[in-house]
Every structure is written in C-alpha cells, then in structure tokens.
Design a binder for this molecule. Structure first.
Ligand code: DGL
Length: 267
C-alpha cells in the first residue's frame, strides 16, 4: 500500500531548499512540507541549547501540521545540535544532513578532509565526531565561514567581495585536502567559485543529493514510498512569506507558486 503521509523538512531559512530540491528530483511522488524558521535565523551563531529548543519546537509543530512519515533536518547547525534528541523523541525516522554527509564523505576513502561550516557546527565538532564514529582515520580540518550565508542570500555567488572572502577562508585550509565537505545549507551555491579557487581538491560533497538518496533508501527499506507521480508541496515560514518566496528562487529549480507559502506561529 502506498504511503501518502508527508516528508517533513526543517531548516532555519531558505538554505534547506537545496536539500528539498534534490528530494523533489529523487522522489517526485512524495508530498513534502517545508518549515523555515525565518523569524529566528540564523541558527549558525546561536548556543547549543537555543538551537536544540528551536529545532524541537519546529519539529513538534510540523508533526501537528501533517501526518509525517519521516523528518529531514536540512539545516547542518540544527542537525549538529539536535539530531540525537529528535531521533529519541519523535515517533518517526529523522535524517540529518551532518550524519548523511559525513557517511558519504567516508565512502570516498579520502585521506585529508576539510569541512566548511557555520561557526557553531565547527565549534561543536559535529563533523569530526561523526567521521570518527564512521571509522575515518585521516585528518579533519574545519573552517568556519560565517560570512558566506549573507553573501549567498544577497545573490553574490561570484561577486568580487565573495571571491575575496572565499580566498581568505580557503587560505587556512591545508593544501593536502583531497575532499571538501560543504557543511552548511548555503555553501553548495558557492561550489563553482570554491572549486575554481581550490582546484587541488578532488571531491566536493554537499548534503542535497546525499540526503535525498538516504531518504529514498530509508523509505524503500520501510516500505513507505508514495506511489503517485507528483506529491503535494507545502511551505511554512515563521516570518514574511514574501521575502522567503523571493529568496527561494535561488535554491529551487521550480518557483514556488504563491499561496503555497503560509505563515506559521510556533509559539
Ligand atoms: N541552515 C544553516 C546551516 O546549514 C545556515 C543558516 C543559519 O545559520 O541559520 O548550518
């Protein structure tokens, strides 16, 4: 029997739409409900406790909106802080970007990994911890890139200012790096620029495709796949739907239809 329940996707803002876009491509028949906590972003510089609180509130709110079959934490910072909490507390499977991305990185058998991420994802050692758990024994260098989110949201993905900032951040990354993890929702937008500036890096991993494939495998395994060709698409935002819809164009291959985005009050 086909399972018509929704896949919930959580992010602090628009960046998680990159993951959602891949989900739509890989699983077009699945219905999705995306919650962007735009009123409280960014998560990437908040305390661990605050991010866990926000992620829990958002997750339980989503559970009440639609019957969910699975939840995706599309935000790396939320995934770094709250994945284990939500996996314990929610009655459905929860997939987080950090674990999925770290596993995909290990599968490439690199020797020297570098992680670009928000200040907090770096501070909490989220990627090094999971890479170690996955058996990775090479070196892991982490570089916080706090300015990237604003530059991407400005649409400056190849602007001279962004080039200068990217050169600065990459100047700290060890030369021997052979695999780079783009450990934040917004950074895949900068991959062409970053790859140009760091041509010696052989493999670039971003969460979008990786998470979408993991969701597909999970739903196949639990026999919970939907059967139709085109699922429903719902978007909930905690701040202005207009700003979200405008920014979303950068992250989604199909524009959001007006009326699909609704304001949500988590409190
Ligand atoms: N979504 C966040 C992440 O992937 C980036 C934006 C923010 O700091 O809220 O870490």
């Amino acid at each position: 029997m086909a399972d018509t329940r929704f896949i919930g996707v959580l992010d602090s803002g628009v960046g998680g739409l990159h993951v959602l876009d891949h989900l739509h491509r890989v699983l077009p028949g699945e219905s999705t409900v995306y919650l962007a906590d735009t009123a409280r972003l960014p998560y990437g510089n908040k305390s661990h406790r605050t991010v866990v609180t926000y992620a829990r509130q958002a997750a339980f709110f989503l559970l009440k909106q639609q019957p969910l079959k699975l939840l995706v934490l599309a935000c790396n910072t939320a995934s770094a802080a709250a994945l284990s909490h939500l996996q314990q507390e929610l009655p459905i499977p929860v997939i987080g970007t950090v674990t999925a991305t770290a596993q995909a990185a290990c599968a490439q058998h690199p020797k020297h990994i570098a992680v670009l991420a928000t200040a907090k994802t770096v501070q909490w050692q989220a990627y090094p911890k999971i890479l170690l758990e996955e058996g990775f024994s090479g070196s892991v260098y982490q570089q916080p890139c706090p300015l990237f989110v604003s530059l991407v949201e400005e649409g400056w993905t190849d602007h001279p200012v962004t080039q200068a900032v990217a050169k600065h951040y990459l100047s700290f990354v060890p030369r021997e790096t052979d695999l780079m993890i783009l450990g934040c929702t917004h950074y895949p937008q900068l991959q062409p620029l970053l790859a140009r500036l760091a041509p010696h890096v052989a493999v670039w991993i971003d969460s979008g495709e990786v998470v979408a494939q993991q969701v597909r495998q999970q739903l196949m395994h639990s026999n919970d796949l939907a059967s139709g060709n085109q699922g429903q698409r719902e978007y909930l935002v905690t701040d202005s739907p207009r700003r979200f819809t405008e920014l979303a164009k950068q992250f989604l291959s199909r524009d959001i239809v007006s009326g699909q985005v609704k304001r949500a009050d988590l409190a």
